[in-house]
Design a protein around this ligand. Structure first.
Ligand code: IVH
Length: 680
C-alpha cells in the first residue's frame, strides 16, 4: 500500500475493504444480507472518502472498483489460455442415451460398457453470457467475454462492478493457486429485469427486450458506470489452473464447484451429481417442472462427466468436449417472417403491437402472432414488416419476438409507426408518465369491451364454455352486450342471428351461461377484470371477506389487511366499486342469478363460538390462516379493536392495536394460547 498514507489509515482501509466484500458476498452469493442498504452505503462512502484523500489506496482489488469507470474507446482483446468450448446438443432422451453410450464406450470399450452407470454432474444451462475471470496472485486481473472461443474482449472494468464476482481470493487460496481461471455465466434475474425495465420507462428510456439482451448489452457498455447500474449477476461453473497439481487436487466437477463456493463464488443450487441415464432423466424432468418458478431464464441442462480423469480420457472433438452435452428444452424458439404488425387493444385499454407471423411450430404449437409488448420494445427490437425474426414461446406465456436477424433484412423491410389514435374507437391514445404502455382511455371503446367479455368468460373467470374472442366481438359489434351482465340476458333468437351459430351451439352456449352462474366467489370476482386483481388476489379477497357485498363495501384499510393486497390493488378495488356503472353490473349479475357463492367453512368445533378476535403483528403464518382457523372453530374475526373484542391475537411488532387492546383491557394472546383455547 502507498507510502504516504498513515498506518492507521491503511488499516482502516483494509478493514473497510474486507467488511464491504464480506457484505457483498452475503448479499450476492449467500442471499442473506446482514446490513440495510443505508448501512452498507455508509461503509462504502467512508471507503471512497479515504481513497479520495489517499489515492494510493485505490488498488485493483478495492471494492471502490465496483462503481465503474468512465468510457474507454474500445475494448482491448483478451486471449483465453484454454479455448472456451461450446457444447454438443441433444434434444430428447434417445439422443441423450446415444451420448451416454458414446461416453461409456469411450471409457470402457464396446465390450465392457454394457452395464456401467456413469457419474454425471448436472447443471441448469443459464441463458446469459459466458465469461472468464483470471485471478493472478489472488487478484482479479482480467475478465473477458467468450468471443470466438480463442480471443474475447477484455471487459474487466465492467465485470468488477458485479457484486457477485470476488475481486480478490482468500489469501490461502491465492498462495496455493497463484494462477486461477474461473468461468461462468453473467445473467439478469427476471425480477431485476422487470424492475429495471420499469425504471427505464420512468426515466423515459427505451426498455430492454429480454434478460439475455439486457445482460449482454449491459456488459458491453464502454462506460462501466452503466454496467454498475445494471442488476447483473454471476454464476460460476468451472475452475481451471495452469498448475499441474490442480487436476490432482480436484478430482471432479462437483469437487471443483465446492472449491469455488468455498472461495466466495456463487454456484447454482440446482447442480448435483447423479448416476447414469436414469439419474440424468429424472433431474431433467424435475428441472423442466421447476423452470417456470425460477427467477432466471434457462434453456436446458448441461450434463458433464463428473470425473476429471474421465473427462481427460474422453477429450475434445472439434470445438466441443466429448464429456459434456447440453440437453435443451423443447425448441421454444423458431425463425419466421413478420408479415404484418398490428395494434391490438386489450381489456384495460393498453394498445399492444403484435407481429403477424408466417405460421411456425414453436414448443409444440403453431404460432401465428407474437407480442411486441410496447412502443419502447418495438423500437429497441427494431422489428419491421418483412423481417426474419426469432420467436419464443416459454411455457404458457404469450409468444414474443425475441430478436431480429438483421443479416436477413431486405431493403424493402418497412418500419411501422406507432398509432396516435386507438385502432378501435379512434380516440387519441395517451401514455402516462412512468408507463411504457400507450392506453385508450375511452371506457366505451368496443375492443376493450370485447377484451373484458372474453376475460369474463375465461377459464379462471366464469368459465363459459364456447365463448371465445370471436363470439365476444360479434356480441359487441351487434350491440347485444355493453357490460358482462348483458350476457345473461341474451335469448336464443339473438344468438341465432350470429354468424356460424346453429341451433345446437346456441343451446350449448345458453347452458354454459346457466352453469356459470354458480361460479365460486374467487372466480366471479376475478372475472370482473378489476385492474391488479389476478387469480391470487381474488382468492385472497374471497377468503378474507367471504361475500361480494363485503368486498364492495371494504375501505382501503380493511383491504390492506388481506395477504397479498398492496396499496395499488386496494386503491384499484375502491375506485372500481366507487363507479356506479360497476356496482350496477354486479347488481344485474346477481339479479340474473349469478351467486358469487362462497364456500362455507366446515365447522370443526364450536370452541370459539361467540368470541370476537382481532389479529395483529407478524405471526408465523399468514393472517388469513389464523382467520380461517378461528372461524372454523366458531369464532369471529374483526378488523379493529373495540370493547366488543374478546381477544387480540398479537404477533411480533404489534403496533397501535396492541396499545388500544391494553387500554380497553382486552385479553392479549399469542399463537400458542390460541391453540390452547381451541384445544381445551
Ligand atoms: S460448460 C466445455 N456449464 O452454454 C463446457 N456452460 O455452449 C463448456 N452455459 O455459452 C461450458 N450454463 O456459457 C457450461 N453450467 C454450465 C453452463 C454453460 C450455461 C453456456 C455457456 C456457453 C454455452 C456452452
Amino acid at each position: 500500500m502507498g507510502a504516504s498514507s498513515p498506518k492507521k489509515v491503511n488499516s482502516r482501509h483494509a478493514e473497510l475493504s474486507e467488511e464491504i466484500e464480506r457484505h457483498n458476498r452475503l448479499y450476492y452469493v449467500e442471499n442473506s444480507p446482514a446490513l440495510s442498504d443505508a448501512e452498507f452505503d455508509r461503509l462504502f462512502d467512508e471507503l471512497l472518502e479515504l481513497e479520495e484523500k489517499y489515492p494510493e489506496l485505490k488498488s485493483a482489488a478495492s471494492p471502490s472498483q465496483r462503481v465503474g469507470a468512465p468510457a474507454s474507446n474500445k475494448f482491448s482483446s483478451a486471449r483465453h489460455r484454454l479455448r472456451m468450448l461450446s457444447l454438443q446438443k441433444v434434444s430428447n432422451a434417445n439422443e441423450f442415451a446415444e451420448f451416454d453410450r458414446r461416453v461409456r464406450e469411450g471409457l470402457y470399450g464396446k465390450e465392457n460398457s454394457e452395464n456401467k452407470a456413469i457419474e454425471y454432474h448436472v447443471e441448469p444451462k443459464l441463458d446469459g453470457l459466458a465469461v472468464e475471470l483470471v485471478y493472478r496472485k489472488g487478484i482479479l486481473d482480467v475478465g473477458s467475454t467468450r468471443g470466438d472461443g480463442a480471443i474475447g474482449e477484455n471487459i474487466t472494468a465492467n465485470l468488477k462492478t458485479l457484486g457477485s464476482i470476488p475481486l480478490a481470493l482468500p489469501s490461502n487460496t491465492a498462495k496455493r493457486w497463484p494462477y486461477l481461471e474461473v468461468r461462468g455465466e453473467v445473467y439478469m434475474r427476471l425480477s431485476d429485469f422487470r424492475a429495471l425495465n420499469k425504471k427505464l420507462a420512468e426515466d423515459g428510456s427505451a426498455g430492454l427486450a429480454n434478460p439475455r439482451n439486457g445482460a449482454a448489452g449491459s456488459l458491453r457498455q464502454l462506460d462501466s458506470r452503466i454496467s454498475a447500474a445494471r442488476p447483473l449477476r454471476f454464476i460460476a461453473y468451472a475452475a481451471l489452473s495452469d498448475d499441474p497439481n490442480f487436476a490432482g487436487e480436484f478430482h471432479s466437477q462437483s469437487q471443483s464447484l465446492k472449491f469455488l463456493a468455498e472461495n466466495g463464488f456463487p454456484i447454482n443450487d440446482h447442480s448435483r451429481s447423479v448416476a447414469g441415464i436414469d439419474g440424468v432423466s429424472q433431474s431433467f424432468q424435475s428441472l423442466e417442472k421447476e423452470r417456470g418458478s425460477l427467477d432466471y431464464e434457462i434453456d436446458g441442462m448441461v450434463i458433464k462427466v463428473n470425473s476429471f480423469t474421465d473427462q481427460q480420457r474422453l477429450g475434445v472433438i472439434s470445438r466441443a468436449p466429448r464429456w459434456a452435452v447440453a440437453w435443451k428444452f423443447p425448441a421454444e424458439e423458431a425463425q419466421t417472417t413478420v408479415e404484418n404488425i398490428e395494434f391490438s387493444v386489450g381489456r384495460t385499454g393498453v394498445v399492444t403491437p403484435v407481429a403477424v407471423l408466417a405460421p411456425v411450430r414453436v414448443g409444440g404449437v403453431t404460432v401465428t402472432n407474437a407480442s411486441l409488448h410496447n412502443e419502447d420494445i418495438l423500437r429497441t427490437l427494431d422489428v419491421r414488416i418483412g423481417d426474419v425474426v426469432i420467436v419464443r414461446r416459454a411455457g404458457d406465456v404469450i409468444p414474443e419476438v425475441r430478436e431480429v436477424i438483421f443479416d436477413k433484412r431486405k431493403d424493402k423491410a418497412r418500419p411501422v409507426r406507432y398509432p396516435k389514435n386507438c385502432p378501435s374507437c379512434k380516440r387519441p391514445l395517451s401514455r402516462a408518465e412512468g408507463e411504457a404502455a400507450q392506453r385508450c382511455l375511452n371506457p366505451a371503446c368496443p375492443e376493450q369491451l370485447v377484451g373484458r367479455i372474453f376475460h369474463f368468460a375465461s377459464k379462471g373467470g366464469m368459465d363459459i364454455d364456447g365463448l371465445g374472442e370471436k363470439l365476444a366481438r360479434q356480441f359487441v359489434e351487434r350491440g347485444f352486450v355493453t357490460t358482462a351482465a348483458d350476457l345473461f340476458y341474451l335469448n336464443k333468437e339473438q344468438l341465432l342471428e350470429l354468424d356460424l351459430m346453429a341451433d345446437k351451439r346456441a343451446d350449448n352456449l345458453l347452458a354454459a351461461l346457466e352453469t356459470s352462474k354458480s361460479r365460486p366467489l374467487p372466480n366471479a370476482l376475478y372475472a370482473l377484470g378489476i385492474f391488479g386483481v389476478g387469480e391470487t388476489a381474488a382468492a385472497g379477497l374471497a377468503e378474507h371477506f367471504r361475500s361480494i357485498a363485503a368486498i364492495m363495501e371494504a375501505g382501503s384499510d380493511e383491504l390492506l389487511e388481506v395477504d397479498g393486497i398492496g396499496a395499488g390493488i386496494a386503491e384499484s378495488l375502491v375506485s372500481f366499486f366507487a363507479e356506479k356503472e360497476n356496482r350496477d353490473t354486479v347488481k344485474r349479475l346477481r339479479s340474473a342469478g349469478v351467486t358469487f357463492a362462497c364456500k362455507q367453512r366446515k365447522a370443526e368445533s364450536a370452541a370459539l363460538a361467540g368470541k370476537t378476535f382481532v389479529i395483529t403483528g407478524s405471526l408465523s403464518r399468514p393472517r388469513d390462516y389464523f382467520k380461517a382457523l378461528i372461524e372454523t372453530h366458531g369464532g369471529k374475526v374483526s378488523s379493529s379493536v373495540s370493547k366488543n373484542t374478546d381477544y387480540l391475537l398479537a404477533g411480533e411488532k404489534a403496533g397501535s392495536k396492541l396499545s388500544k387492546a391494553e387500554k380497553l383491557s382486552v385479553e392479549i394472546i399469542d399463537e400458542e394460547q390460541l391453540e390452547k383455547l381451541i384445544r381445551d
